[in-house]
Ligand binder design. Structure first.
Ligand code: PEP
Length: 251
């Protein structure tokens, strides 16, 4: 998308112990350089590593974020973390509505919208995930699902600065399967049109990431598709060399 700075983001999910901080260090070093002016980079480690990870990135352009936040600012919610807590650890972004959260924790569009609002209240950039299942795609419902999830998961005051969309077909996550470049182009053009309709200029500039089995070998093709403004990477973000190879697809 013209005038938009792509974002290459890694989602470590429930992976990573202190030993994995070496990978964060390597990524923090690897993204230093002129490409960082053109392309933003982010790793979302598990919450246990957040605070140490941000300390490791003090003089790197690599941003660190959370993988989820509670919709409330504080309170009796054992086991949850708030957007404020992520910001307090110097995290700058948070993923919300990942399909694993939607499935494992029955998260609805309505809840994801509340979490997005909580993220904004803590001045975090919300990375809002949407995407169809294999069944929905088979039944030709992909665009209807994307329309409904976009409408329901985004607050009215979302801007290009505080919100990023991640299109992640559920069947492509962790499977090694990816949609064709044409399918990605169709989905992203559709989402762009929906965002422009609702948010005007902010919708034109809001980044739409592609996620689902992005690897060093397919990154260049996927990132080259119109309206794809970066990647959300699961498995391949755990290894610094793979993450950096995908990031390098923009060079
Ligand atoms: C993800 O879960 O955000 C993801 C895209 O996973 P993977 O890259 O492993 O498919």
């Amino acid at each position: 998308t013209p005038d938009v700075r792509p974002l290459v983001a890694g989602n470590w999910k429930m992976n990573g112990t202190r030993a994995s901080l070496d990978q964060i260090k390597a990524i923090a070093e690897g993204v230093k350089g002129p490409l960082s002016e053109k392309v933003e980079s982010l790793i979302c480690p598990p919450a246990t590593l957040l605070y140490v990870a941000t300390a490791l990135c003090e003089d790197s352009p690599l941003a660190i974020g959370g993988q989820d936040c509670h919709q409330n600012a504080a309170g009796a919610h054992t086991g949850d973390i708030s957007a404020e807590m992520i910001a307090d650890c110097f995290g700058t972004h948070v993923i919300v509505g990942h399909s694993e959260r939607r499935t494992d924790h029955a998260e609805t569009d309505h809840l994801v919208r509340a979490k997005t609002e909580a993220a904004h209240a803590a001045e975090l950039v919300a990375i809002v995930c949407i995407g169809e299942t294999a069944d929905e795609r088979k039944q030709g419902q992909t665009l209807d699902i994307l329309k409904r999830q976009l409408a329901g998961s985004l607050p009215d005051n979302a801007t290009a600065d505080n919100t990023v969309i991640a299109y992640e077909p559920v069947w492509a996550i962790g499977t090694g399967l990816t949609p064709t470049a044409n399918d990605v182009a169709e989905a992203h053009a559709f989402m762009r049109a929906e965002l422009v309709k609702r948010f005007g200029e902010n919708g034109r500039k809001m980044r739409i990431l592609y996620g689902g089995s992005v690897k060093p070998g397919n990154a260049k093709e996927l990132m080259g598709v119109a309206n794809v403004d970066g990647a959300l990477i699961g498995g391949a973000s755990l290894k610094a060399t793979d993450f950096l190879a995908i990031y390098g697809a923009y060079s």
